[in-house]
Design a protein around this ligand. Structure first.
Ligand SMILES: [Zn+2]
Ligand SMILES: [Zn+2]
Length: 298
């Protein structure tokens, strides 16, 4: 399994000289399995460049599975600009949590309609099939996809993708359930334990960590995580590598560097630490193929 980051920002695209290294596009991650199956995690503004890259590499082979965490703007705003949807032979499956009213297809039809956008869904030249999801598990070829509800305003799902003997979890956007978000997480809420189980054993966890603890206290209820909580859950769950993402628009490259350093200092004496990095646009992570049943049972 192979992963590439095309968007790493939360809330709104944040281009400019202070976000060059970690990136200004909103969240979008490309995942490919050894067999060539393509998954796209969220369709933030990074999806535009991903789409251009797909068209450039294979103009006539446009198909894949788009897993949308939720329908907030920063997770879908790249979809109308995703060129492969306009490829005549394309076939795209788009999955998202079912909205409180209507269907996923109806929600995207609203996004792509006047007065919001000049092209409507039925004008797309490729085939698009929408899937309304809730918590559960399904298979696409030899890939298993599990979903779990996240703590965020409106229906939101995390995705766990298992293939090639490795496991990847994408959890955006999510707020801790419990009050204690410090590095010790002493009073871990049972729902946070269940969230930790969803992450446990993964080779790679890509997780919302929009706020530091000070910001989190002021913005509780906005639906986002802090690095300390994410790293501790991943440490307890034996995760190999955690990538912090959905960077706040106020986070410059320097602030992200400092936050990472602070986290590494905080956890310096802990055993069983995962590798901890911050998502950067253009970064590639090759998870390879594990032998036998190398992926964790879950
Ligand atoms: Zn978001
Ligand atoms: Zn959101």
């Amino acid at each position: 399994m192979w992963v590439r980051f095309w968007g790493t920002r939360g809330s709104i695209p944040t281009p400019g000289p202070h976000t060059l290294r970690y990136g200004g596009n909103t969240t979008c991650v490309e995942v490919r399995t050894q067999a060539g199956e393509l998954f796209i995690l969220d369709m933030g503004s990074g999806a535009r460049e991903l789409g251009a890259s797909l068209i450039a590499s294979s103009p006539s082979q446009q198909r894949g599975h788009i897993l949308v965490s939720h329908l907030h703007w920063d997770h879908i705003q790249g979809l109308p600009f995703f060129a492969p949807l306009y490829a005549p032979d394309g076939f795209w499956n788009i999955y998202a949590p079912r909205p409180p009213q209507g269907t996923v297809g109806e929600a995207f039809a609203t996004q792509m309609s006047a007065p919001f956008f000049p092209v409507t869904l039925d004008q797309l030249t490729g085939r698009v099939q929408f899937h309304d999801l809730k918590e559960g598990k399904f298979r696409i070829g030899d890939v298993t996809v599990s979903t779990r509800s996240l703590n965020h305003p409106g229906p939101t799902l995390g995705y766990r993708i298992e293939a090639d003997g490795v496991a990847l979890v994408y959890a955006c956007d999510h707020e801790p359930y419990g009050k204690d978000v410090s590095a010790s997480c002493r009073e871990l809420d049972p729902q946070d334990c269940a969230h930790g189980d969803f992450l446990a054993g993964a080779d790679l966890v890509i997780h919302d960590a929009q706020y530091n603890i000070g910001e989190f206290i002021l913005k509780r209820g906005w639906g986002h995580s802090v690095g300390e909580y994410v790293v501790e859950l991943c440490r307890l769950g034996g995760v190999k590598h955690v990538v912090l993402t959905h960077h706040d628009p106020m986070r410059t490259d320097l602030i992200i560097d400092e936050s990472l350093e602070q986290l590494r200092r905080t956890f310096a004496d802990r055993i069983g630490m995962p590798m901890v990095t911050a998502a950067a646009e253009g970064a590639v992570i090759d998870l390879g193929v594990a032998d036998g049943d190398g992926c964790s049972a879950h």
